[in-house]
Design a binder for this molecule. Structure first.
Ligand SMILES: C[S@@+](CC[C@H](N)C(=O)[O-])C[C@H]1O[C@@H](n2cnc3c(N)ncnc32)[C@H](O)[C@@H]1O
Length: 196
């Protein structure tokens, strides 16, 4: 495994060839946007970061519901950002900025985010990226980690061996200094709201 990904559970990077699955509308039935938005609890006029935004399926949906809030949609893969940009060109959303998660971009966002969303990302990111994610939060900020649950049988999502159980996800976050403020679950996902 690439040393940059040390700590991740999924051995390989997300394959952009599978990007269409991210825009499958059936996702919104088992993981409703409104529920993600409630967990995020973005302050009025706040800045939030979608860390590992992919095609921005949830970032775009939330940006539509919360035009007062600005979102930076970060991804490490240019092909994913190209798909996100194409969607934005169609949808004309002004409050979402796609950005490559370069060290410079991370530095420019450091300490500025009211909220960070990591959706289907905790199993993919290495420890160094988890540190980058943490660095984005302003004092008092919160991160919402929602990820595929290794403890349930699912007809969708990565194999169980590529993702964490809720307790493994929680332990990983706690070992990096996160306090878990709330935990909940969806049919195929667990959700953890964390602060540092
Ligand atoms: C499974 S997809 C989820 C995309 C999106 N969150 C969603 O649920 O629709 C994971 C995405 O995270 C991105 N990613 C993985 N590791 C990352 C990192 N360290 N920094 C930024 N993006 C990352 C991948 O390129 C991929 O687009």
């Amino acid at each position: 495994m690439d040393p940059h990904r040390h700590g991740a559970r999924q051995p390989e990077r997300f394959d952009p060839e599978r990007a269409a699955a991210l825009d499958d509308p059936s996702r919104f039935a088992y993981l409703p946007v409104q529920d993600v938005l409630s967990l995020l609890d973005i302050p009025q006029g706040g800045l939030w970061v979608d860390f590992g935004a992919g095609t921005g399926a949830y970032a775009r949906a939330i940006a539509r519901l919360r035009p007062d809030a600005a979102v930076v949609a970060l991804d490490e893969q240019p092909p994913m950002l190209a798909l996100l940009q194409a969607a934005l060109d169609r949808e004309k959303l002004a409050n979402i900025k796609p950005a490559l998660s370069t060290p410079r971009e991370i530095a420019s966002l450091r300490g500025r985010a009211d909220r960070v969303l990591a959706l289907n990302v905790l199993h993919e990111i290495g420890d160094a990226s988890l540190g980058d994610l943490a660095s984005l939060l302003k004092t008092g900020g919160k991160a919402v980690f929602i990820d595929w649950n290794a403890s349930v049988d699912r007809p969708v999502g990565p194999p169980k061996g590529h993702v964490f159980s809720p307790s493994e996800g929680r332990s990983r976050l706690e070992s990096f200094g996160w306090s878990i403020l709330a935990a909940s679950s969806f049919p195929y996902h667990y959700a953890l709201v964390g602060a540092l």
